[in-house]
Design a protein around this ligand. Structure first.
Ligand code: MG
Length: 159
């Protein structure tokens, strides 16, 4: 049996805060604001897995009202979602994602993000896609006011 899941996330960008994506610290003058480490890619990936299993969303399990998640490494959220997935008897088939960010260019960091995702999802890197695009200078992404991530994931019942 297959199940499909979708997740998206958006964070505000400001100067002087770190930009972390897919667990990779990206050299950048502007970074994402959030309760945790504001890793939009990992948040969207977590939501995609939870969504595939109809287990609610990242806010259900890791509330931004909880002090313990302040500044948290978002790989914790993804790893917890993977644990829940395994308890339900599922495994990841593949994952595809798109990050929307005006600058900096993400190409030099894509491989490291794929490696982090592959490790957490316990799949080969060939089954992990991370794409990046700009906002064409329009709207919040294009004006460097926001970063957005969208993720789709396919799960199958583990044999
Ligand atoms: Mg988020």
């Amino acid at each position: 049996m297959f199940r499909i899941g979708f997740g998206n996330d958006i964070h505000r960008l400001i100067e002087g805060t770190p930009l972390i994506l897919g667990g990779v610290l990206i050299p950048s003058e502007i970074g994402a604001v959030g309760h945790s480490d504001a890793d939009a890619l990992l948040h969207a990936a977590t939501d995609a897995i939870l969504g595939a299993l109809a287990l609610g969303d990242i806010g259900t399990h890791f509330s931004d009202k909880e002090e313990k998640w302040k500044g948290a490494d978002s790989i914790i959220f993804l790893n917890e979602a993977v644990k829940m997935m395994k308890e339900k008897g599922f495994e990841v088939v593949n994952i595809d994602s798109t990050i929307s960010l005006e600058k900096p260019k993400l190409r030099p960091h894509i491989q490291a993000m794929r490696e982090n995702l592959a490790k957490s999802l316990e799949i080969g890197i060939d089954f992990v896609s991370v794409k990046a695009k700009t906002g064409e200078k329009i709207d919040a992404v294009g004006e460097s006011r926001a970063i957005k991530a969208e993720v789709i994931v396919l799960l199958q019942k583990a044999v």
